[in-house]
Design a binder for this molecule. Structure first.
Ligand code: NAD
Ligand code: UDP
Ligand code: UDP
Length: 336
């Protein structure tokens, strides 16, 4: 008899929310490049408490040093392939190496992180009733046969290639997200992130923007991998963080592409870095890696319409901001 049914007992978490209206937010991979910028933005809001869980594989405490010891901030050394018990309202699930050299370094670990790690975070979201956002990737489109890529495209991915621990891993992570949503009613958000750059990228992580900037500063040749006509679209990290927060706070599950539609060949990127950072530097052609996607550019119609989001920072404006950070870390000041 529903008339006599007691109302559900609020969990301690809901109680604290009721009295303080604070939002407790977990960020997995929060010691990494995008994650640490997301922490900075979320910590600006005094109602947010932020918990970072990271195993420091590609991230570092250094990226979070300004928050360590802050009363609204907590940092846990934790590997997401193991279960995690915390009480939170939102989960930004970023934990996963993003650079090809790091995700190929231990491919079995990469796929475990994507599959078991995402399963654990979904189990956590289910237990505490939290909303969860997954940072998926444009790599789910593989070497795309549709250009630009919109979210309805299913992709062209090699299931047994050297990149598949990452791209197939993210595809399974997306599947798990939708199955938990349909089967258990979990509130999910999926961002398909396109190439992102900015301060705090690992200097030697092998990604193209960090490589070219470090090479230009060290006066080493810029290594364009053949043929050099392959394209990418680069989003500055502050725009990316803004898009992720809008997606989390909005009403749409996604998947939604978040990226900058400005498309460049790798030769054009090298020439731009040369012009802006070191006009003396050489540009050379080197061998490429297998399964390198030939072109990539997001269709961001959905992000514009559903999130009111589009990137603001052009590549020419973002590169010098990243140069400042790299010069500081490499200890090479600008000549003037
Ligand atoms: P990053 O490598 O700088 O950050 C990833 C973080 O996850 C690191 O701090 C790392 O230590 C942590 N991590 C890795 N495995 C873990 C594990 N098993 N348990 C706990 N922590 C673990 O990469 P990023 O560029 O900041 O990328 C963040 C997310 O965005 C990733 O999910 C990535 O797949 C996605 N993404 C990034 C890009 C990009 O261009 N940067 C593009 C597409 C998608
Ligand atoms: N899990 C977790 N934290 C939680 C709840 C669950 O890490 O607070 C993990 C749990 O260990 C399991 C996974 O999430 O491996 C999926 O949990 P779920 O409850 O959905 O499935 P089950 O435990 O029934 O397999
Ligand atoms: N690339 C390059 N020189 C480098 C590193 C990468 O020309 O020193 C090229 C690479 O072949 C690819 C593009 O840059 O076509 C982007 O590579 P990255 O590893 O940055 O990201 P992803 O392939 O994941 O988009």
């Amino acid at each position: 008899n529903s008339a006599t049914k007691a109302p559900p007992t609020p969990s301690p978490l809901r109680f604290s929310k009721f009295f303080q209206s604070n939002m407790r937010i977990l960020i997995t991979g929060g010691a990494g490049f995008i994650g640490s910028h997301l922490v900075d933005r979320l910590m600006e809001n005094e109602k947010n408490e932020v918990i970072v869980a990271d195993n420091y594989f590609t991230g570092s405490k250094d990226n979070l040093k300004k928050w360590i010891g802050h009363p609204r901030f907590e940092l846990i050394r934790h590997d997401v392939t193991e279960p995690l018990l915390v009480e939170v309202d939102q989960i930004y699930h970023l934990a996963c190496p993003a650079s090809p050299i790091f995700y190929k370094y231990n491919p079995v670990k990469t796929i475990k992180t994507n599959v078991i790690g995402t399963l654990n975070m979904l189990g956590l979201a289910k237990r505490v009733g939290a909303r969860i956002l997954l940072t998926s990737t444009s790599e789910v489109y593989g070497d795309p046969l549709v250009h630009p890529q919109d979210e309805s495209y299913w992709g062209n991915v090699n299931p047994i290639g050297v990149r598949s621990c990452y791209d197939e891993g993210k595809r399974v992570a997306e599947t798990l997200m939708f199955d938990y949503h349909r089967q258990h009613g979990i509130e999910i958000r999926i961002a398909r992130i396109f190439n992102t750059y900015g301060p705090r990228m690992n200097i030697d992580d092998g990604r193209v923007v960090s490589n070219f900037i470090a090479q230009a500063i060290r006066n080493e040749p810029l290594t364009v991998q053949a043929p050099g006509t392959q394209t990418r679209s680069f989003c500055y990290v502050s725009d990316m963080v803004d898009g992720l927060i809008r997606l989390m706070e909005g009403e749409n599950t996604g998947p939604i592409n978040i990226g900058n539609p400005g498309e460049f060949t790798m030769v054009e990127l090298a020439e731009t870095v040369k012009e802006l950072i070191n006009p003396e530097v050489q540009i050379i052609s080197v061998e490429n890696t297998p399964d390198d996607p030939r072109q990539r550019k997001p269709d961001i119609t959905k992000a514009k319409e559903l999130l009111g989001w589009e990137p603001k920072i052009k590549l020419r404006d973002g590169l010098p901001l990243m140069e400042d950070d790299f010069r500081q870390r490499l200890g090479v000041p600008r000549k003037n």
